[in-house]
Design a protein around this ligand. Sequence first.
Ligand code: HSE
Length: 344
Amino acid sequence: MKELSLLFIGFGVVGRGLAELLLEKAEVLRSRFDLNFKVVGICDLKWGSIANDEGIDLAKALSLVESGRSFDSYDLPARRGLSALEAIRETQSNVVVEVTWTNLENGEPGLTHIREALRLGKHVATTNKGPIALAYRELSKLAESRGVKLKFEGTVLSGTPTFNLTLNCLAALKVNRVRGILNGTTNFILTEMERGVSYHDALKKAQKLGYAEADPTLDVDGWDAAAKACILANVLMDGDVKPRDVERRGIRDMSLSDVLGAVNRGLRVKLLAEVWREGGEVKVRVSPKLIPQSDILAGVSGVLNAITFETDVLGEVTVIGAGAGRRPTGYALLNDLISIGSAL
Ligand code: HSE
């Protein structure tokens, strides 16, 4: 039986989504994948830090935090107060789950966490978009040089297969163009607005449901979609695009009458991300577009996301599925762990 020794850096909505699924699927991991896991540490700025190489009680840690109590109330043996970097260096973890907040300016602190984990020869599973959007080439080379895996399925379309699909099933194809709805919060807001809900009420609802970023301007101003489009551009099309290079417009100035007016004309407003090749370069754009209701992406509503890959052999391939949320994003990490487990 192989064993994953997991260190959680971050224990917010996504980290707890993974924790819940690990507990729920422990038997499936054992019987189907010959995989055991223990959690050797959890570090979170809000809840505190606990570590024990023998394993900490994940169910207990999760239930504490779910009831709003910090790790001060964790009453089993554990080292306390380790910083994230100390925990990465000092625990016997073989996988670091990096799920701190997204920073699209410089990728920190996630970028430093991921670099350090890889440098130390630990596998990394992350949903943190900043480091992958800004430093994919560097991090993937580092992972390769250390013989470890860097997995980031949940950075785009949460648990809906994106990289598992394209880097495995579609691996021999050339992706020439990508078009997609990559942000769940804005798609949810636009769908609510089609029902007459105001922009602000819809945004509040998206925040309450855990779809929005800690700083929701990242969603509504198109930064999150831009970061995801950069990840697609850089991973699948060998681009070298940073979020700040993206031609970008969000949905902040969309009024109810814009959205409802479009519906009355048989159209829909969608925040579309587009990635294409032009003159030897890969370009990225994010902007609200009016699309006909017959367009496959027009039917993608609520928090659902979708991507159409335009390929050299299969033509267009579209995936549609959950784009955000606790369990879908936790599921992406679970899948990453299964894939890492197969390499142990
Ligand atoms: N805030 C993001 C979204 C979360 O709404 O899509 C998932 O990346």
